[in-house]
Design a protein around this ligand. Structure first.
Ligand code: GDP
Ligand code: MG
Length: 178
């Protein structure tokens, strides 16, 4: 979308079961609790105006990623649609963490010349006894992939709004550096 406006597409990607839809429904649910504008399109796309650091930003959150897509067409669309990405894994599922690295590489290939804001998101941090990926591993991976890192819990919820605010701040940094 137009980088001079404050309207951005943010895309959730990651393995099945990591909590993308749970994170998206917290974002969507804020329409009621915050009294802000929100629109739902079939549950997979939600538009929300947030105020971050005293400035408003309209985020269209896309939860349309399908890891099982055979044709890869919708995956390609997702890889092109975002102004920013939340690459989600579950801290209880090492395979999903490895998948997140693959997705980072896939995204870099699809959008080679662009400096796209990305947050690597380690979700389900409430499930401490089932942890398979340490905080340090997540952080180190984000350093390698040159992106931000946060651990969240959609269940508690914990850090979910910090994540959405973080991606807005990243989008603004990129906008202001142009
Ligand atoms: P998606 O396939 O990535 O969209 O994952 P879902 O949002 O459908 O979540 C998969 C399962 O994990 C569901 O049973 C959720 O209730 C559960 N889940 C999602 N986020 C969390 C979390 O932060 N903590 C816990 N304990 N469960 C979660
Ligand atoms: Mg889902």
């Amino acid at each position: 979308s137009d980088s001079s406006s404050n309207v951005y597409n943010v895309v959730l990607i990651g393995e099945n079961g990591v909590g993308k839809s749970a994170l998206a429904s917290i974002f969507a649910g804020a329409a009621d609790s915050m009294g802000s504008d929100s629109e739902l399109y079939g549950g997979e796309v939600c538009e929300q105006t947030m105020t971050v650091d005293g400035e408003s930003a309209t985020i269209t959150l896309l939860d349309t990623w399908d890891p099982q897509d055979e044709s890869k067409r919708s995956q390609d669309q997702c890889m092109q649609a975002g102004d920013a990405y939340l690459i989600v894994y579950s801290i209880t599922d090492r395979a999903s963490f490895e998948k997140a690295s693959e997705l980072r590489i896939q995204l870099r290939r699809a959008r080679q010349s662009e400096d796209i804001p990305i947050i690597l998101v380690g979700n389900k941090c409430d499930l401490v006894r089932c942890r398979e990926v340490s905080v340090n591993e997540g952080r180190a991976c984000a350093v390698v992939f040159d992106c931000k890192f946060i651990e969240t819990s959609a269940a508690m919820p914990h850090n979910v709004w910090n994540m959405f605010e973080g991606i807005v701040r990243q989008l603004r940094l990129r906008r202001d550096s142009k």
